[in-house]
Design a protein around this ligand. Structure first.
Ligand SMILES: [Zn+2]
Length: 162
């Protein structure tokens, strides 16, 4: 007997640097710094993609999109997320819901959460109500608390499509 529900977890962090746009949840957020990385460095979207791949029992996004591959330089992470969803579908799963946390000292995420949900829901072809995004600070503790980077955690639930 195979279980028809599968849970997955994802975590990602990227360094904040000047001279890059800040992209989170597939939207551009006005800020004096942006996340550094091979792709657009959208740590929220990467965490979600990893949670989906993990729940499906697949390798992480580094396997599907190696940061040594020039084809993926500057890639829109919504493409990564779309592929993670397609890989899960290939394994016979659909996504029931996703919940996430952004850990950022700045900027304030509250005004942008609705737009992020809308963009992610469109990428995943899901209801906005099946995607949770919360934001918290790191209470000035450690490097995240000094604003040196932004991290994100995600969980997702997959359901076997019968
Ligand atoms: Zn990443």
């Amino acid at each position: 007997m195979t279980a028809n529900l599968r849970i997955g977890i994802g975590y990602d962090v990227h360094r904040l640097i000047t001279g890059r746009p800040l992209i989170l949840g597939g939207i551009s957020i006005p800020f004096e710094q942006g996340l550094d990385g091979h792709s657009d460095a959208d740590c929220l979207t990467h965490a979600i993609a990893d949670s989906i791949l993990g729940a499906a029992g697949l390798s992480d996004i580094g396997h599907f999109f190696p940061d040594t591959d020039p084809r993926y330089k500057g890639i829109d992470s919504q493409e990564i997320l779309k592929q993670a969803c397609a890989e899960a579908a290939r394994m016979g799963f659909s996504i029931s819901n996703i919940d996430t946390v952004i850990i950022a000292e700045a900027p304030k995420m509250g005004p942008h959460l609705a737009a992020m949900k809308k963009r992610l829901a469109a990428t995943l072809d899901m209801q906005v109500s099946a995607i949770g995004i919360k934001a918290t600070t790191h209470e000035k503790l450690d490097d995240l608390g000094k604003g040196l980077g932004i991290a994100a955690q995600a969980v997702c639930l997959l359901q076997a499509v019968s």
